[in-house]
Design a protein around this ligand. Structure first.
Ligand code: NAI
Length: 380
């Protein structure tokens, strides 16, 4: 029997999640307070499915069937028959608390209540529930229909049954599932921090400009986008907020310290592509700056950012956030890294990674560069 899926919030994520569930054959109820958002979700779905028809991935009858599976509504009372509800509304704990408490009043005893939050604790979201063993994190990546990864996060209250049902269901949506601990940033938003943070630090030290750092990461690392281009895509408002929240949530561990450069860009309204200006100027008639293609400098930049990423991946395994395999899967399937970081570490040699981190630590004397104990143990 196909489950009935409720999705709360028809914004970027909710609309995408509703599409994924409908494409997997479920009846979906998509609820948003804002009627315009519902209209937008409907017309975006039509566009997305039309593209799939044009590409020959589905036919017109299938398109119609998928569209027919989603019901759009403005009241959560419509969720009463759902087996799973995925919440994808504003990232505000107070609002989520209110919403989860109201949802529990409406749904059946065994309905799973999930949040797509990127940065809030699942334990806290679940704390308002009478039956908190039904709470879980189900974290999709943007755009949800295209990105294969889903992080599933059991909270301390989550039952084994809720976890296994959620894992089976999301796997049946042809997603790559990784299970991770309810810790700040889960896997991807934690392990990826140095991609931005170390790039900003290198810029702030005057080692290279944005274009050169971007070039180093795409040219030597094979990343699809360099850090500054990517931050301009994500939005400096959004990326800065995630960095700050991870930093605070880790009790101000210097490894996650936000950067003044990014803060100033955000304060200036230089959010990136969406405002026409970020680290780069996207106004019509302007050309993007060219990198200094100095091989030695480029390799030095790439290696420094890569070993910092690897150190963070080791920390996620060391602190039991997720398995080694899942940490590598998360970075390749959630944010398109060219290789898993732990596999990459093996390839370039653990001794080499440790030596580079140790050299940074010795030079700067900052905790930010401390090599992870698991890496140290493995080198012996
Ligand atoms: P969004 O701003 O695009 O959409 C949020 C939607 O929720 C809006 O349509 C708004 O009208 C609706 N809404 C707000 N309060 C509501 C309420 N009380 N009841 C019903 N609808 C309500 O936000 P986005 O980007 O889709 O994010 C949603 C959640 O997903 C957040 O928790 C965010 O952290 C998380 N997330 C976002 C990702 C992204 O790349 N945008 C990636 C992964 C997770």
């Amino acid at each position: 029997m196909k489950e009935i899926i409720g999705v709360l919030g028809a914004g970027t994520m909710g609309a995408g999640i509703a599409q994924v569930a409908a494409q997997s054959g479920h009846e979906v109820i998509l609820v948003d307070l804002n009627a315009t958002q519902l209209e937008k979700a409907k017309s975006n779905l039509d566009k997305a499915l039309t593209k799939l028809v044009e590409k020959g991935k589905i036919d017109a009858t299938e398109k119609e069937a998928i569209e027919g599976k989603i019901r759009y509504a403005s009241e959560i009372s419509e969720f009463s028959f759902c087996n799973l509800i995925i919440e994808a509304i504003v990232e505000d704990l107070g609002v989520k608390h209110k919403v989860f408490a109201s949802l529990e009043e409406i749904v059946s005893e065994d309905c799973i209540l999930a949040s797509n939050t990127s940065s809030l604790s699942i334990a806290s979201i679940g704390s308002v529930l009478k039956n908190a063993n039904r709470v879980i994190g189900i974290h999709f990546f943007n755009p949800a229909p295209l990105m294969p990864l889903v992080e599933i996060i059991p909270a301390v209250q989550t039952s084994e049954e809720t976890l296994s049902k959620a894992v089976d269901l999301i796997k049946s949506w042809k997603k790559t599932v990784v299970v991770c601990k309810d810790t700040p940033g889960f896997i991807v938003n934690r392990v990826a921090r140095p991609f931005y943070g170390e790039a900003l630090r290198i810029y702030e030290e005057g080692i290279a400009d944005f274009a050169t750092i971007d070039w180093a990461m795409t040219h030597f690392g094979g990343f699809k986008m360099g850090p500054f281009t990517l931050m301009d895509y994500i939005g400096n408002d959004v990326n800065y907020a995630v960095t700050e929240s991870v930093f605070q949530a880790f009790y101000y561990d210097p490894r996650f310290k936000p950067s003044f450069t990014q803060k100033r860009h955000r304060e200036a309204g230089y959010f990136g592509r969406k405002t026409g200006r970020g680290y780069y100027n996207y106004a019509e008639g302007t050309t993007l700056p060219l990198p200094t293609e100095n091989e030695e400098l480029g390799k030095q930049i790439f290696n420094r950012i890569l070993v910092m990423l690897i150190n963070e991946a080791f920390d996620a395994v060391f602190m039991q956030v997720a398995s080694r395999e899942d940490v590598d899967l998360a970075m390749t399937k959630g944010v398109n890294y060219p290789k898993g970081l732990l596999a990459w570490a093996d390839e370039i040699g653990l001794k080499n990674v440790l030596a580079q981190l140790q050299a940074l630590f010795d030079e700067y004397g900052e905790d930010r560069y401390r090599p992870n104990p698991l890496l140290k143990r493995m080198v012996g």
